[in-house]
Ligand binder design. Structure first.
Ligand code: DC
Length: 223
């Protein structure tokens, strides 16, 4: 049986994960956060003290890594690194940067491909990432490219960190976002870009509810 896949791609801080989670709940699909896979690999490489940009060093570590995605009773995705629940540990700015670095390496992208595609084979999914509509699930039923200005995304990320009790300077958050944008968009393999058949959604001027309504109606028309 063919399952329905909704691909939501876009830069960091555009609200992908929050909106994808809301949309998944609304339609009764499984939410798959693919950034968490890259973060988990990034965490392992950091722990081993290797250079996150070095293809040989990172490639040599991949056979040691078992990345697993599990869902708790409330349907929340948890990430396991060699059996350890690292779901919270992968949310630091340091791991964000490491994830961005390792995600530029072809070996890492290949390593995580099956995990992503297998989810879409087994379930109806809302999958968010950078290359879901272009590379991972080119036949996705609906492709949405979600974006917002860098300043607005930094503002949202800064608030989110503050709400979690993480001290951060706004200018540092903005710089990180701009650096990751450059990293994610300029890499040779699977760069961040909208699929030709994606629907562009700019949420700079929209709050969460408005953005959700927009996406819900786009998906509702197609499934
Ligand atoms: O969505 P996120 O911030 O958790 O993603 C972390 C990093 O992983 C991000 O810098 C880009 C990378 N990534 C990717 O290259 N491809 C994906 N499908 C998801 C994330």
């Amino acid at each position: 049986m063919n399952h329905i896949a909704i691909a939501i791609d876009g830069p960091s801080g555009a609200g992908k994960s929050t909106l994808a989670r809301m949309v998944a709940r609304h339609f009764g699909y499984i939410y798959v956060d693919t950034g968490a896979l890259y973060r988990t690999v990034g965490l392992y490489v950091l722990r081993r003290g290797a250079d996150t940009r070095d293809p040989d060093a990172v490639g040599a570590l991949l056979p040691e890594i078992d990345v697993e995605m599990r869902y708790d009773d409330e349907g929340v995705q948890r990430m396991y690194l060699n059996g350890e629940d690292v779901s919270d540990l992968i949310r630091t700015p340091e791991v964000s940067m490491a994830a961005s670095d390792v995600s530029a390496l072809p070996a890492v992208r290949g390593f995580l491909m099956d995990t992503q595609r297998n989810m879409a084979k087994k379930y109806d999914v809302v999958m968010d990432g950078r290359d879901i509509g272009t590379v991972v699930l080119p036949d996705a039923r609906v492709k949405i490219f979600l974006t917002a200005s860098a300043r607005e995304r930094a503002r949202r990320r800064w608030r989110e960190l503050r709400d979690r009790g993480v001290e951060a300077e706004f200018e540092d958050v903005l710089r990180d976002i701009e650096l990751r944008d450059r990293n994610d968009s300029s890499r040779d393999i699977a760069p961040l870009r909208p699929a030709e058949d994606s629907v562009m959604c700019d949420t700079t001027e929209h709050d969460l509810e408005e953005s959700f309504e927009l996406i819900r109606s786009i998906i509702g028309e197609r499934v």
